[in-house]
Design a protein around this ligand. Structure first.
Ligand SMILES: Nc1ncnc2c1ncn2[C@@H]1O[C@H](COP(=O)(O)OP(=O)(O)OP(=O)(O)O)[C@@H](O)[C@H]1O
Length: 267
């Protein structure tokens, strides 16, 4: 059975006078432990999908299931990682990481030990008492990753988590995140503009069109790439083949009739 299913999901944003058809008839599912990437042009609704899965906004049509339970009745524990790390500058690294557990009234020494252990795993040993302003962008995102994993979520939503980083740091973090998510067998949905990142990190790519946001095509990533860390996957001959196919499809969607079908004025 699928872990998460979106079944003909649509979402329209309404303001006083206008509306935007952000998503139209989105259907896909994510298997337990699977890593799915959402890829597509700006404004095609990728972040809206994550916000709906996270329960931040309510979809206007369709159904979402976690297993066989409707999303709103499920006990889905979500980890959300964004482009910005949103670390609190006045809190130490450890206290930043422990925000989630503290909200859940977990003050246990086991959780503190787990935080230190995770910080070590992401290459930040003995940094618990440091403060965010003493860290580089890449180090801050590692802390954000630990803060996301510490509550042991059963799905991770990754909204362009590497896009603010320099290229070298981004490649290193892709590897690190991939390693940890595979080690802990996490189900993940990644939003990205980067075709290479989507291919190197995920098991399946969902390519979207804009105006309104819809699914253009799905690509299975070949097993040879899925079994490799992102850095090595990028060197595999099948990586370039898939890159070219996805690129071709993206080009097609950009040359399609681009008349604005994504919204209008309310009467
Ligand atoms: N709060 C909002 N109110 C009105 N319209 C919105 C709102 N948020 C997003 N939209 C519109 O919904 C559509 C989808 O936006 P969304 O941010 O989900 O796309 P995206 O694919 O994540 O974009 P990007 O890649 O640029 O981050 C866009 O047309 C956007 O302008």
């Amino acid at each position: 059975m699928s872990f998460l299913t979106l079944d003909h999901v649509s979402h329209h944003y309404f303001s006083k006078k206008t509306y935007t058809k952000a998503l139209e008839n989105i259907s896909f599912s994510v298997k337990d432990g699977e890593f799915v990437a959402l890829l597509g042009p700006s404004g095609c609704g990728k972040s809206t999908i994550l916000s709906i899965i996270a329960g931040i906004i309510e979809h206007t049509a369709g159904n979402i299931y976690v297993g066989d339970q409707p999303l709103h009745k499920s006990e889905l524990d979500i980890g959300y990682m964004l482009q910005q790390d949103y670390l609190f500058p006045w809190k130490s690294i450890l206290d930043n990481v422990l925000i989630g557990p503290k909200i859940n009234r977990d003050h246990s020494s086991e959780t503190k030990e787990r935080a230190a252990d995770l910080l070590r795993q992401v290459g930040l040993p003995n940094m618990e008492e440091s403060y965010p302003d003493s860290l580089s962008g890449g180090m801050r995102q590692r802390v954000a990753l630990v803060r996301t994993l510490i509550t042991n979520p059963n799905i991770l939503l990754l909204d362009e988590p590497f896009s603010a980083l320099d290229y070298q740091t981004k490649l290193k973090l892709e590897n690190l995140v991939w390693d940890l998510l595979h080690m802990y067998k996490k189900t993940s949905v990644l939003v990205t503009h980067d075709i290479g990142e989507a291919i190197a990190m995920s098991d399946r790519l969902i390519l979207m069109n804009a105006n309104p946001g819809s699914i253009a095509k799905t690509f299975e990533v070949p097993i040879e790439l899925r079994n490799e860390e992102p850095f090595l996957a990028r060197r595999h001959p099948k990586y370039q083949l898939l890159f070219d196919k996805v690129w071709e499809e993206l080009e097609k969607s950009e040359t399609d009739d681009s008349a604005d079908k994504g919204g209008g004025i309310l009467q």
